[in-house]
Design a protein around this ligand. Sequence first.
Ligand SMILES: C[S@@+](CC[C@H](N)C(=O)[O-])C[C@H]1O[C@@H](n2cnc3c(N)ncnc32)[C@H](O)[C@@H]1O
Length: 236
Amino acid sequence: MQVINQALAGQKSYYQLRAKEYDQWWYRQGRYDRGSNANAIWFEEAHQVKIALSQFSLEGHILELAPGTGIWTETLTEKAISITAVDASPEMISINQAKVRSAKVQYLVADLFEWEPAQSYDAVFFSFWLSHVPRERLDTFLHKVNACLRPGGKLFFLDGLRQETSTANDHQLPLEDSQIMSRKLNDGQSFSIIKVFYSADELQKAFEAAGLLIMIHQTPTYFYYGLGLKPESISQ
Ligand SMILES: C[S@@+](CC[C@H](N)C(=O)[O-])C[C@H]1O[C@@H](n2cnc3c(N)ncnc32)[C@H](O)[C@@H]1O
């Protein structure tokens, strides 16, 4: 447990320091450039996920967990009335704010394992966050997602399949039975963080146990994503 807690603390520091170089990963630059073929597949599959998100139509008051630099916050503003964006890193939030520049977005700096929602939302979104939630905390986290949603509220999440070229060329994926991954910054500093490659089957069961309906899809190489719903309560 101590190893997990240390990795949870390590990943907060890692993302604070990585904030200014973070987008290189999504845009396949520097150490994340895996050659034109792999990059083209990445961008094509990211586009497929964007279409799926657009068709699922998250609207109203949206909660975005761990928004980072705003790669998805910007997209979410198109249909939102408001967005509450909660991230532990002030550095990530200030980049997000400068990029998105929308009065619809309210930012909160908080640790998602401690933060409790003050209201319920029409929709919850999280991208590349679930894989940073250790198995020991998955049930508690998903019950929190349930508590964040109004009955009938929607959720959408996105994360990465176990694929070597999804990460930097000097990173190694964790062993199959490990949830700890070593990550480096551009300057070579290294950190131990949580990285879990959940199977669709275990996620399906965990979302259901938390009272959420979920349909999990995957793109051919890089991504998996979930379309979810908090059922309306059944009136007697
Ligand atoms: C992989 S990034 C995902 C960012 C964004 N959602 C995306 O898809 O590009 C993970 C994010 O989680 C945040 N984070 C890490 N630990 C956290 C914690 N305990 N509570 C809240 N946010 C955390 C980091 O600051 C970072 O912005």
